[in-house]
Write a protein that binds this ligand. Structure first.
Ligand code: SF4
Length: 708
């Protein structure tokens, strides 16, 4: 009889925040054919190089398949789940009894599914009683979160991807969209062909995205808020100013304008402050003022900054002043870095959030306590990522559970992070892979977590769209979902009743119920329409943009065109950025080191590194430097250079790049390994953070470079 064709499963790409839908067809031998899902609104069938290579990265060669426990002899050995979970529960109980609940921390990941995130957050904040729950999304999007909350009263992206195709002006700030959100960039390019959309790219580097721009503004690092402050002044005196919208739906405009005028009174002053040509600044201002359908997309060049939150608000101010928000082809648009950076925020995965976009006000604490029946609800914000690892280094945090992330590579001052991890009384690591830099930092317990293709749950992409990640492969070995391990530990700590979930659909319903609990349209995140979602409906759950309150399961495409912000008076706030000059670097570290992604690798390469095709794009770690900066130092193309900061060093291959701003360096974040020669740049990056968002300033570390 002919063989039946294997069924295809619709799921979501595990990489960037575009959140592309993919169709996976298992080959019956452990592999799968992966194609773009034509029905998914994020990508309409398109995939980038990383998504297209997913089928090459699902082998088991590097997978952790069984729990491991560190024995008295210091070595890790295979153990049963029972023994591993008992060890975690016993260790947590001891630490809590001796040092209190705040000595326990969880470090989560934008790679986790929302249901896993929910379980971790509930266990930590509701039942253990620690708010020290943070995530690698802190490194990614927290300045946008803080900026949204200051401006809109809530962490809400107003628009939808469809706006990228109906805009006449696309402003891309601190975003190498062509490499980091490739499918969205293709949608923007299609719009350009169809309607002549003009591109302005604001980035110190002439990236692949900037090379496509009608206008590239290579501003000095750290000056984005000044550029948008100058734009606000220009808009206020132009026909683009929407006095009716400002009067009806905002507060604080006169103060913001006065502050902007003091910093950047005109285009000439703005150009001087940003290190730009005045003609280019004038052209940008005129273009923005003249084009009603304008979208401003921004990403890590804005967020990963000591003034990231101010940069975000400076951008929001310009859209509020023109009323260009929540209407077709208009609005500010934060492009999230990770597949579930937004889903983690929804459940409270950040230390300054409690759950379902609620914070730690007395009313919110009381509401969540009653909803969860939580005996030990945390009542104050916890430590954000950089501060959390500093507290581990000081011995104040004694137990840490890391899930789905590799902080020994990705956090700033990563060598200090390695040292800190060695001081823990209990270090639990839930991982897909058996070996990475964090696994080398002596975890006491390693738990084999389900990987993409095995996981079952939801993620939320950059346009607030919740999509299903569905399993299409059997879980190998003794691999388990993260939510299950968390529920098992909760049970051992005496909280079984609150964690009695049969599967991810139960968790999703509970998450939906919390979002709609005592929410009469006053909180932005509401998916109360799914409180009673049947298991079968969860299975086929279509990609849906929140909010989706009771009675509106179709969700919401755009917000705020007619105001309705989530502040007490339902008005948006203009927020004045603090005055901030361009980042300066002086001897002995005369360069400004910028870090970021390359096209074909993802984070610390534990998955994309398995694909030879992806590895061939850029096979080795490098540092880009302007040729005129390189020449006096004797640096030539292809030679090895030692790049150092006050915190660490890396040996990298020199790339001469005339698109690099003078006085700056760029190095990719992906490579890992124990020594400087492995090209791991995390140790160099300073631990400076934005004081409002806590997001590390990974784009501007003072550094030196010399031949190796
Ligand atoms: Fe995956 Fe992002 Fe590429 Fe889409 S654009 S296929 S989500 S990496």
């Amino acid at each position: 009889a002919p063989l039946a064709s294997p069924p295809s499963v619709k799921t979501t790409c595990p990489y960037c925040g575009v959140g592309c839908g993919v169709k996976a067809t298992p080959d019956g031998l452990g592999g799968a054919l992966v194609e773009g899902d034509r029905d998914h609104p994020a990508n309409l069938g398109r995939l980038c190089s990383k998504g297209a290579a997913l089928g090459e990265t699902i082998g088991l060669e590097t997978r952790l398949l069984h729990p491991l426990l560190r024995g008295a002899d210091g070595t890790l050995a295979r153990a049963s789940w029972e023994a591993a979970l008992d060890r975690i529960a016993t260790g947590l109980r001891q630490v809590i009894e001796t040092h209190g609940p705040s000595s326990v921390a969880f470090y989560l990941s934008g790679q986790l599914l929302t249901e896993d995130y929910y379980a971790a957050n509930k266990l930590a904040k509701g039942f253990i009683g620690t708010a020290n729950v943070d995530t690698n999304s802190r490194l990614c999007m927290s300045s946008s979160v803080a900026g949204h909350k200051r401006g809109f009263g809530s962490d809400t992206v107003p628009g939808a991807y469809a706006d990228l195709e109906s805009a006449d002006l696309m402003v891309l700030v601190g975003s190498n969209t062509a490499w980091c959100h490739p499918v969205l960039f293709r949608r923007m390019e299609a719009a350009r062909k169809a309607r002549g959309t003009r591109f302005v790219v604001i980035d110190p580097r002439r990236t692949e995205t900037a090379a496509e721009a009608d206008l590239h503004l290579p501003l000095a690092q750290g000056t984005d808020a000044l550029l948008f402050s100058g734009l606000l002044v220009h808009l206020a005196g132009s026909a683009a100013f929407d006095a009716a919208y400002v009067a009806a739906h905002t507060t604080g405009f006169p103060e913001a304008l006065a502050s902007a005028r003091a910093m950047t009174p005109d285009a000439a002053a703005t150009a001087r402050a940003c290190g730009l040509a005045v003609e280019d600044v004038e052209r940008f201002f005129a273009l923005f003022a003249a084009t009603e359908r304008a979208v401003t997309c921004y990403s890590q060049g804005v967020n990963q900054s000591a003034v990231g939150t101010d940069k975000v608000n400076a951008i929001l101010n310009c859209h509020l002043a023109t009323g260009r928000i929540g209407r077709e082809g208009m609005g500010p648009f934060s492009l999230t870095g990770q597949p579930n950076a937004m889903g983690g925020r929804e459940v409270g995965g950040l230390a300054n959030q409690l759950a379902a976009h609620m914070g730690f006000s007395g009313e919110e604490v009381d509401r969540v306590r009653r909803f969860w029946g939580a005996p030990n609800l945390a009542t104050h914000e916890g430590l954000k990522a950089v501060d959390m690892f500093a507290a581990i280094g000081r011995g104040e945090i004694k137990a840490l559970w890391v899930m789905g992330t590799n902080p020994a590579v990705s956090l700033p001052e990563a060598d200090a992070v390695r040292t800190a991890l060695g001081k823990l009384d209990l270090f639990v690591l839930s991982e897909n892979v058996i070996a990475n830099d964090t696994a080398a930092c002596h975890p006491h317990v390693m738990l084999p977590a389900a990987a993409w293709g095995e996981k079952d749950g939801t993620v939320t992409n950059s346009e607030r769209r919740i999509s299903r990640q569905r399993p299409f492969l059997a879980r190998p070995g003794e691999v388990k979902p993260d939510w299950w391990a968390l529920a098992q530990v909760a049970g051992r700590l005496g909280f079984a009743n609150a964690f009695r979930w049969r599967g991810p659909a139960d968790i999703f319903r509970e998450h939906a119920a919390l979002s709609g609990f005592e929410n009469a349209g006053t909180r932005d995140f509401d998916i109360g329409a799914f409180v009673d979602l049947a298991d079968a409906a969860y299975e086929i759950f279509p990609p849906t943009q929140w909010p989706a309150p009771r009675g509106r399961p179709e969700g919401t495409g755009r917000l705020f065109a007619a105001g309705g912000y989530f502040t007490p008076d339902r008005k948006a706030r203009f927020v004045s950025p603090r005055p901030a000059a361009a980042v300066a670097a002086e001897p002995p570290f005369p360069f400004v080191l910028n870090t970021g992604r390359i096209r074909d690798q993802w984070h610390t390469m534990t998955r994309t590194g398995l694909s030879p095709r992806l590895g061939s794009h850029i096979p080795a770690p490098f540092v880009a430097i302007h040729p005129e900066d390189a020449a006096p130092l004797g640096l030539q193309e292809g030679m090895l250079a030692r790049v150092a900061s006050a915190h660490g060093a890396a040996v990298l291959e020199v790339r001469l790049d005339a698109g690099q701003r003078r006085g700056t360096l760029f190095a990719p974040i992906h490579w890992s390994g124990a020594t400087a020669s492995h090209g791991r740049v995390g140790p160099l990056v300073h631990g400076v953070t934005d004081p409002i968002s806590g997001q590390p300033d990974s784009k501007a570390t003072p550094a030196s470079i010399q031949p190796h």
